[in-house]
Every structure is written in structure tokens, then in C-alpha cells.
Design a protein around this ligand. Structure first.
Ligand SMILES: C[S@@+](CC[C@H](N)C(=O)[O-])C[C@H]1O[C@@H](n2cnc3c(N)ncnc32)[C@H](O)[C@@H]1O
Length: 204
């Protein structure tokens, strides 16, 4: 029997942002995605943290379901995406910055390329059930890995939005360093038109 997703409500946001959520994804990163990709809503942000991405999505008119494994005072805490077997609520797309990057504050997380592959596979399995979309922020370098390339080639991969500006994960005023890595959005769509190669966009 199909296991039901623990999230059954739509739109969960509106909490105040923490003043020092320095690990949050800067707004311009999500705005860059939205300039090039039209999502079908509602949108699920399953690793919402303090809601940085969720807020930009709802600010752009999307209804957003926000959840996270941990409690940051935003969205629904205690939801492990790997324990979910269906999209949240009525969501048609899933957008997040997976917990396997270089955002610095999650020191114990598994940052291996394999963990990211598992995350991509799992989120795609969720989206497939609704012919939905997935947009994930990854290190640009990750895409070039053999296993990532092989996975992307066998999925409904429709676009990459390469960020030509590097992300600053910590805001330390004038002492802020530019991040070491370039990042990109990888976008999948189960309603893609067949035979059309993935699009490549550049954004900052
Ligand atoms: C890199 S942070 C991104 C936060 C937010 N999306 C942003 O961009 O500002 C990754 C988030 O994933 C959450 N996370 C880690 N493992 C998770 C899991 N198994 N299920 C759901 N969320 C998870 C962490 O608690 C953290 O908030």
C-alpha cells in the first residue's frame, strides 16, 4: 500500500526570518532560477532551513509548502525527505538547496557526491508521481562527475542555470569572502517535450 506523505497542508510560511541566518541561500540565487524557469505550483521546499528560498518563491506568487528535518522556526519541522514517498500536499514542483553542499553551518552532514546523487534520485522519484518538476542547487563541479552525468542523462533533465557569480554563504560585512565554488540549478520536468536537449542558461 502506498505510504502517505506526512505533510497534508498547503502554504506554511510567514515566520520571521532569524537575524543571523548566515547559512541561508541569498535571494538572488532563487531569483536567478525564477527568471529562467516557470514552475508549476504549489511548490515544495523540503529543506527550508530558515525559509530563504521559500520566501523568494512565495514573493514571486507561488504557493509554498515548507518543511525541514530540523526546527529553524520556519515551515514544518521533523520531516525527513527520505521518509516521504509522495510530494507534499498538492505540490507539483520541488525546489531546494540540498544539504550536501558547502553552506558551512552543517558541519556533520554528508557532503559526498554520492549523497547528492541519492538526493537527486529520491526527489525525482517523488516528482515522477505527479509528472512534476524538480530544481536543485548544486555545485557546478558536481555536474561534471561521471555518475552525475550518467544520472542526468537518464532523467527528464531540462535545464541548467549556471550562476556566473559565486555565492557568499556567510555575510560578514566587508570581511565577507567570495565562495570557492560556482553553483548551478539543475532542473527536471516530467512533462518535458521529448527530443529536446536540455537548455543552458547563465545568470547572476
Ligand atoms: C543547505 S541548507 C538549505 C536551507 C534553505 N533551503 C536555504 O537554501 O536557505 C539544507 C537544509 O536541509 C535540511 N536537511 C538535512 N537533511 C534533511 C532531510 N533528510 N530531510 C529534510 N531536510 C533536511 C537541513 O536541516 C538544512 O536546513
Amino acid at each position: 500500500m502506498e505510504q502517505r506523505n506526512p505533510i497534508s497542508y498547503v502554504h506554511y510560511s510567514g515566520f520571521a526570518r532569524k537575524p543571523n541566518d548566515h547559512y541561508a541561500t541569498p535571494d538572488w540565487v532563487t531569483e536567478a532560477l525564477l527568471r529562467h524557469v516557470r514552475l508549476r505550483g504549489p511548490v515544495w521546499e523540503p529543506c527550508c532551513g530558515t525559509g530563504a528560498m521559500a520566501e523568494v518563491l512565495s514573493g514571486n506568487g507561488y504557493t509554498v509548502v515548507a518543511s525541514d528535518l530540523h526546527d529553524y522556526g520556519y515551515g514544518m519541522p521533523g520531516v525527513d525527505i527520505f521518509a516521504c514517498h509522495a510530494m507534499a500536499g498538492e505540490c507539483q514542483s520541488l525546489v531546494t538547496n540540498p544539504p550536501y553542499g558547502d553552506t558551512g553551518s552543517h558541519k556533520t552532514q554528508d557532503r559526498s557526491p554520492t549523497a547528492m546523487l541519492d538526493f537527486v534520485r529520491h526527489t525525482l522519484s517523488l516528482a515522477e508521481g505527479v509528472d512534476g518538476q524538480v530544481a536543485l542547487l548544486v555545485r557546478f563541479q558536481w555536474i561534471a562527475g561521471k555518475r552525475a552525468a550518467s544520472l542526468l542523462s537518464s532523467t527528464p533533465f531540462v535545464a541548467t542555470v549556471v550562476l556566473t557569480k559565486r555565492i557568499r554563504w556567510f555575510d560578514m560585512g566587508e570581511r565577507t569572502n567570495t565562495g570557492q565554488h560556482h553553483h548551478a540549478w539543475i532542473v527536471f520536468d516530467y512533462q518535458r517535450a521529448r527530443g529536446i536537449p536540455p537548455s543552458l542558461y547563465f545568470a547572476e
